[in-house]
Design a binder for this molecule. Structure first.
Ligand SMILES: *[C@@H]1O[C@H](CO)[C@@H](O)[C@H](O)[C@H]1NC(C)=O
Ligand SMILES: *[C@@H]1O[C@H](CO)[C@@H](O)[C@H](O)[C@H]1NC(C)=O
Ligand SMILES: *[C@@H]1O[C@H](CO)[C@@H](O)[C@H](O)[C@H]1NC(C)=O
Ligand SMILES: *[C@@H]1O[C@H](CO)[C@@H](O)[C@H](O)[C@H]1NC(C)=O
Ligand SMILES: *[C@@H]1O[C@H](CO)[C@@H](O)[C@H](O)[C@H]1NC(C)=O
Ligand SMILES: *[C@@H]1O[C@H](CO)[C@@H](O)[C@H](O)[C@H]1NC(C)=O
Ligand SMILES: *[C@@H]1O[C@H](CO)[C@@H](O)[C@H](O)[C@H]1NC(C)=O
Ligand SMILES: *[C@@H]1O[C@H](CO)[C@@H](O)[C@H](O)[C@H]1NC(C)=O
Length: 372
């Protein structure tokens, strides 16, 4: 019953076919087949379980995140979104188990064990619950999670189909600022756009929207829907917010992304959520003044009629191979053409983080073991 076989056929095989097959498939709709011309998105703006509230509260004293309870809550939100007509449910960056706002050295020393233990393992019981929720609610899921592998944690995004298939799984290429003390770098090969019956979808998280290495590569693949995830956003010009957590800045990045890609761009974060047109204009917003327990999700229905026959690239476009060559050719003569250390992949071992925590002396504010 959950994944009807007709739907299964459509979502599990047609996605790999060309747009002609998609058009044919959608011209023979059964009662259970979604209307691929109407994509309803639900952007989660509620907070994970035990995450310090309100949005800018960074007091982690006595706080312990709870992946298990957060997955249960996430599954409830997925089911509610589906009942409300959603086809895609998007979660903010590292919503599972929660973004460690204010993560300084003392936070690492105090909370890293808890954080690693509550990071999500792909294939675990919690992971399977999320896949099952996608299947039973027949929705796409765009997850933001801290992913634990045997030796490291990553800032991960995953796109899951209504059949519970993993369509895309990526790690943030270079976690930003202090994030890089905790999480390991991802790889460029995760920057992929996926064909769905609604159009071409891609994902980036937070500060990646500022980096041409990431935005250029994504926009070159001509998305029709861009799924952007940020951790949390305070209101516009909130005097208590750091510049990096003020909605002014990050929504600007999302608007520019929308203009460059032409894709309808989803801005998902705890507190602030919006849907931005391919022209960079707001279609719908809910800012942090709307309590997220009252409206845990922002809903919006997108007319995707024009998204089906989209090319996967444009050799004559602003984001194209020709433009890439132009950048390389015009590279200023005085800057050496050498690859520096910045792009070397940084891997942070969980063991090294634990050693840092073990050697930490709070009155010194330092550890006998260096931060990795
Ligand atoms: C829909 O597809 C089924 C199975 O291929 C076919 O038997 C049926 O005639 C089609 N219906 C329409 C309205 O095209
Ligand atoms: C942080 O939270 C703890 C536990 O609730 C409380 O005792 C402490 O006063 C808080 N600290 C600040 C600076 O608010
Ligand atoms: C799109 O889907 C939503 C959610 O099911 C529904 O409320 C809305 O009426 C639909 N829009 C159109 C134009 O069919
Ligand atoms: C979550 O916790 C409950 C209660 O401790 C336990 O029964 C359940 O198996 C846990 N779920 C997962 C996915 O670990
Ligand atoms: C991770 O650890 C598990 C259990 O110790 C082991 O079975 C698995 O092979 C390890 N995976 C990798 C990639 O090392
Ligand atoms: C935030 O949302 C409230 C309620 O919708 C609205 O009155 C206010 O103007 C919004 N603030 C900004 C800066 O958009
Ligand atoms: C959806 O967009 C198409 C053009 O792409 C338009 O022809 C159609 O009327 C729109 N549908 C609705 C319900 O607005
Ligand atoms: C922490 O540092 C202080 C100040 O240097 C020192 O007095 C204390 O012994 C240290 N504590 C431990 C457990 O090393």
């Amino acid at each position: 019953m959950p994944c009807l076989s007709s739907l299964k056929m459509l979502c599990c095989s047609v996605v790999t076919l060309g747009s002609l097959a998609l058009a044919q498939a959608s011209s023979n709709l059964t009662a259970s087949t979604p209307d691929y011309n109407n994509l309803t998105v639900a952007l989660v703006r509620a907070a994970p379980i035990n995450w310090p509230s309100p949005i800018l509260n960074k007091n982690w004293t006595g706080v312990s995140l709870d992946l298990n309870a957060t997955v249960t809550y996430g599954v409830d939100l997925i089911s509610k979104a589906a009942q409300d007509g959603a086809n895609l449910v998007v979660f903010p960056e590292t919503w599972f188990p929660g973004y460690p706002k204010g993560n300084d050295d003392a936070w690492i020393a105090e909370h890293i064990h808890d954080y690693v233990e509550n990071s999500l393992v792909v294939g675990s019981a919690e992971w399977q619950l999320l896949l099952s929720a996608a299947k039973s609610s027949k929705v796409y899921l765009a997850l933001g999670f801290s992913e634990r592998t045997n030796s490291s944690i990553y800032m991960a995004q995953a796109l899951i189909s209504p059949c519970g298939e993993l369509l895309l799984h990526r790690h943030k290429v270079r976690p930003s600022g202090g994030e890089r003390d905790i999480w390991s770098d991802g790889t460029m090969d995760g920057l992929k756009v996926i064909d769905t019956p609604y159009g071409r979808w891609g994902m980036l998280e937070c500060w990646e929207h500022y980096h041409p290495t990431m935005t250029f590569l994504m926009a070159a693949q001509l998305e029709t829907l861009h799924i952007g995830a940020w951790p949390y956003q305070a209101d516009f010009s909130d005097p208590l917010a750091g510049y990096y957590e003020d909605a002014t800045l990050n929504t600007a990045a999302a608007r520019i992304y929308a203009i460059n890609s032409g894709a309808v761009t989803l801005f998902t974060s705890i507190g602030y959520a919006s849907v931005i047109s391919g022209l960079g204009l707001d279609l719908k917003t809910l800012n942090a003044t709307t309590p997220y327990d009252e409206q845990p999700m922002l809903y919006y229905s997108i007319n995707t009629t024009a998204s089906h026959n989209t090319d996967s690239y444009n050799i004559d476009g602003e984001q194209s191979w020709g433009v890439l060559q132009e950048i390389q050719d015009a590279w200023p003569y005085y800057i050496p053409r050498v690859i520096g250390s910045y792009v070397l992949k940084k891997t942070v071992q969980i063991e090294a983080l634990f050693a840092y925590a073990a050697g930490y002396n709070s009155s010194m504010g330092d550890s006998t073991s260096p931060l990795p």
